[in-house]
Design a protein around this ligand. Structure first.
Ligand code: NDP
Length: 330
């Protein structure tokens, strides 16, 4: 039997999501990888327990996480029935619909037909009556935004989601989504973009400005660039790492000599701050309080513990920021 750590709320900062009543932990855990049959149930359990014991109250999923698609939701469903059964009201659980989930014309994108049936399937896999946040996972170029946002609004009206979000939407699409949802009476809670020291598109393309203006929260994915922004690859590509796998999202070709040289430079700055490189990368996206939560993955309990250690130093001086930029942008 699992009993959550009594001091789990002692250290983690909780940040208000936009202008909503919902606070999210500065660090959230994503189940995109490591929660399919390729990782042992013991490891999965250890990651989730350690995360919750450290105040990580938010687990992020999507219909297609696994692999295979659906496996992560099914795995979490088992842990929700056992370890986390007494803690449902202490958890924020999100899921999404948008990417390919089943064959045929109704298994992806943003139609009302797909979005609402996908949510029903997700709830069934997780054994839940409702999710806390339900997202449109990607914009659909062919479905009117009114239809996709209308489906999110219906999910809330049906009691199947408490809040709604969008992911991978541009600044302009986000403004439009917020306007439509506002008119329907279901405010846009949050946006989930990719953002890291190495991927600054949310800054460069005006998304963070739009979110500030709309008072919508943000939870940023792949803040470690899938593990690249950590000490994991400083001395080669370790067995069992994401880059060593056949993941279409990260492979050994990405770890060029030039990149590893830059990572070594960043690692030196992190050491000077008394942090691991992963901790500094997470602190960097959280600096200044603009981003609500950094959404990390973990393949072990030690990794989530290391990542949560970022909260001990979230501030940067101008010199550190300039040195980081000089390395990343050179
Ligand atoms: P990260 O950038 O946090 O990468 C996670 C990987 O980094 C881990 O699997 C591990 O790699 C390595 N790692 C984690 N912590 C440490 C550490 N402390 N030290 C060294 N290495 C570490 O995020 P992900 O790319 O996994 O994405 C996080 C979440 O974001 C997903 O689970 C999902 O919820 C969400 N997401 C959303 C998307 C969207 O379209 N909305 C798209 C992608 C992700 P290893 O396995 O090699 O040990």
């Amino acid at each position: 039997m699992y009993t959550a750590h009594p001091d789990r709320y002692a250290d983690m900062p909780y940040r208000r999501t936009g202008r909503s009543g919902l606070k999210l932990p500065a660090l959230s855990l994503g189940l995109w990888h490591n929660f399919g049959p390729d990782r042992s149930v013991e490891t999965q359990r250890a990651i989730l327990r350690r995360a919750f014991d450290l105040g990580v109250t938010h687990f992020d999923l999507a219909n297609n996480y696994g692999p295979p698609p659906g496996a992560a939701e099914s795995a979490l469903g088992e842990f929700l029935k056992t370890d986390f059964a007494p803690y449902r009201d202490e958890l924020v659980i999100s899921t999404k619909a948008g990417y390919l989930m089943w064959p045929g014309p109704y298994g992806e994108w943003g139609s009302r037909k797909y979005v609402l049936s996908s949510l029903d399937q997700s709830l069934k896999r997780m054994g839940l009556d409702y999710v806390d946040v339900f997202y449109s996972h990607r914009p659909d170029p062919d479905t009117p935004l009114e239809e996709t946002m209308g489906a999110l609004h219906s999910a809330v009206q049906q009691g199947k989601a408490l809040y709604v979000g969008v992911s991978n939407y541009s600044a302009e699409q986000t403004r439009e989504a917020a306007r439509i949802l506002g008119e329907l009476g279901t405010p846009l809670l949050i946006h989930q973009p990719r953002y890291s020291m190495l991927d600054r598109r949310p800054e460069d393309e005006g998304l963070l400005d739009a979110l500030d203006e709309l008072q919508v929260g943000s939870i940023v994915f792949s803040p470690l660039e899938q593990g690249v922004l950590s000490a994991r690859y400083l001395d080669g590509i370790p067995e069992g790492s994401r880059a060593a796998s056949d993941s279409p999202f990260l492979n050994s070709d990405a770890l060029t000599e030039d990149l590893v040289g830059r990572l070594r430079g960043l690692n030196d700055i992190a050491k000077g701050r008394g942090q691991t490189l992963a901790q500094m990368a997470l602190a960097w996206v959280l600096r200044g309080g603009r981003v609500t939560s950094a959404l990390v993955g973990a393949s072990s309990a030690q990794q989530i513990e290391d990542s949560v250690g970022a909260i001990r130093n979230l501030d940067f001086d101008a010199d550190e920021l300039a040195r980081i930029d000089a390395i990343v942008k050179q």
